[in-house]
Design a protein around this ligand. Structure first.
Ligand SMILES: Cc1cc2nc3c(=O)[nH]c(=O)nc-3n(C[C@H](O)[C@H](O)[C@H](O)COP(=O)(O)OP(=O)(O)OC[C@H]3O[C@@H](n4cnc5c(N)ncnc54)[C@H](O)[C@@H]3O)c2cc1C
Length: 399
């Protein structure tokens, strides 16, 4: 009888367990989870709503091109169908994002847990796998507390370092794999503080551009959230994936008026200064931006309190330029605990692109974030977890 051990009861591990049982009902499938319960991280995804996939997800959206075969077998539509079979109703929202109709991440976890239990998956919690051995009969996995489990197939679905207490990179290395440099991504950045004072909690829609040593790397349109330590929000999160892949001095430039060019912005400010010359500077930008953003921009442009009448044209031009090119020097990123995903991991080149079977250790499969695969915000990372979990579970359980 096939015996499949899965280390890690997160998104990928749970999906692998369900897929393994669906593939081979007679197989013994054991899910080993370090935490007190499976799938805890899922509950905090999508701000508690779980953005479970994105209907637009394609291989090109991920850092590694080698994800194509797995994603083609388990497209976002197929993942949604799978969840619907588990009783979950999915709802499509803007930009291709898919959520459970209940708006509760717990229903995604419950759908998986209940299905796994119904199919006969054995769940062992509080089992932090510390050692793994491969012998003639298969794998023996030992926990910190000396408990052990055996199986002839092993799936490593231990996730990454992002928001995780426990990982499985050492286990992968023990079994012959390499692990590339690990960096946090999809997280807030720290900036030098100039210009953001008093803005904690303020949001604005804009275009955020990442520059590395003055060179443009990536542009993202979306929401930026000012924090007392720097910048957050989805547009900034997306830029951090590119930051994790290169070295240099980073800056983030905010364009608060992306609907117009530099010349138009300048014209707008000069015209507005004429029409509202009677107004006090503190109300000059009223209706354009949050009042604290306006106050900071005016201060940086050197426009002090008093009527707009008489403000030199050079300062008005500087103000217009700041609205289009407001630069923030990046001093770092917050740590793994504040990240949504890990950049780096076991290279896809070390697994079969279709089955996710290890190329270095027969009987071993890898799935989810432990692999060097990361995608943008918007349901792409869970899509990878489900797709890779389904592939690894299906092929590992085959007789
Ligand atoms: C706050 C937050 C919000 C997010 N929101 C979204 C979102 O809305 N949409 C989206 O697509 N992605 C989102 N993500 C990313 C997504 O959650 C991950 O990409 C996904 O969970 C990865 O799945 P995984 O199964 O590989 O790893 P995980 O979900 O991290 O699961 C790994 C499991 O393995 C266990 N484990 C680790 N090591 C061991 C060990 N040695 N022994 C036993 N067990 C072990 C862990 O305890 C964990 O339960 C979010 C991430 C965070 C942190």
């Amino acid at each position: 009888m096939r015996e499949v051990l899965i280390i890690g009861g997160g998104a990928a591990g749970l999906m692998a367990a369900v897929a393994a049982k669906e593939q081979n009902a007679a197989a013994r499938v054991v899910l080993l989870e370090a935490g007190a319960r499976v799938g805890k991280k899922l509950l905090s995804t999508g701000n508690g709503r779980c953005n479970l996939t994105n209907v637009g997800a394609r291989a090109e959206d991920y850092a590694s091109a080698e994800v194509a075969e797995v994603l083609a077998q388990n497209t976002p539509r197929r993942v949604m169908e799978r969840f619907e079979r588990m009783g979950l109703v999915c709802r499509l929202e803007g930009e291709g994002r898919v959520y459970p109709a209940s708006d509760a991440a717990s229903s995604v976890l419950d759908a998986l847990r209940l299905t796994a239990a119904h199919l006969g998956v054995e769940e062992v919690v509080g089992f932090c796998a510390e050692q793994v051995m491969r012998g003639k009969k298969g794998f023996t996995v030992r926990a910190q507390d000396e408990r052990s489990a055996q199986g002839d197939r092993l799936i490593l679905a231990c996730g990454g370092r992002a928001a995780s207490q426990c990982t499985g990179y050492a286990l992968a290395e023990k079994l012959g794999h390499t692990v590339t440099q690990l960096r946090p991504a999809l997280l807030p950045v720290k900036t030098d503080g100039a210009g953001i004072r008093g803005l904690n909690g303020v949001r604005c829609r804009c275009v955020a551009t990442l520059l590395c040593d003055g060179r443009t790397v990536l542009r993202e349109e979306g929401e930026v959230l000012f924090k007392d330590f720097g910048l957050s929000g989805i547009a900034v999160f997306q830029l951090t994936r590119a930051m994790a892949r290169q070295e240099g001095q980073f800056e983030i430039e905010l364009d608060l008026l992306p609907q117009m060019g530099d010349a138009q912005a300048e014209e707008l400010i000069l015209r507005r200064a004429q029409a509202l010359s009677w107004r006090g500077s503190e109300a000059f930008l009223l209706g354009m931006f949050h009042k604290n953003v306006s106050a900071n921009l005016l201060k940086m442009a050197g426009i002090g309190p008093g009527r707009m009448e008489g403000v030199p044209e050079a300062q008005l031009r500087k103000l217009a330029r700041l609205m289009k090119h407001w630069r923030h020097a990046v001093t770092g990123v917050q740590g793994f605990q504040n990240a949504q995903v890990t950049v780096g991991g076991v290279p896809m080149s070390e697994v079969d692109g279709k089955t996710l079977a290890s190329c270095v250790c027969p009987g071993l499969y890898l799935a989810g974030e432990i692999l060097d695969v990361d995608g943008p915000c918007g349901g792409y990372n869970l899509q990878w977890a489900w797709a890779s979990g389904a592939a690894a579970g299906t092929y590992a359980a085959k007789e």
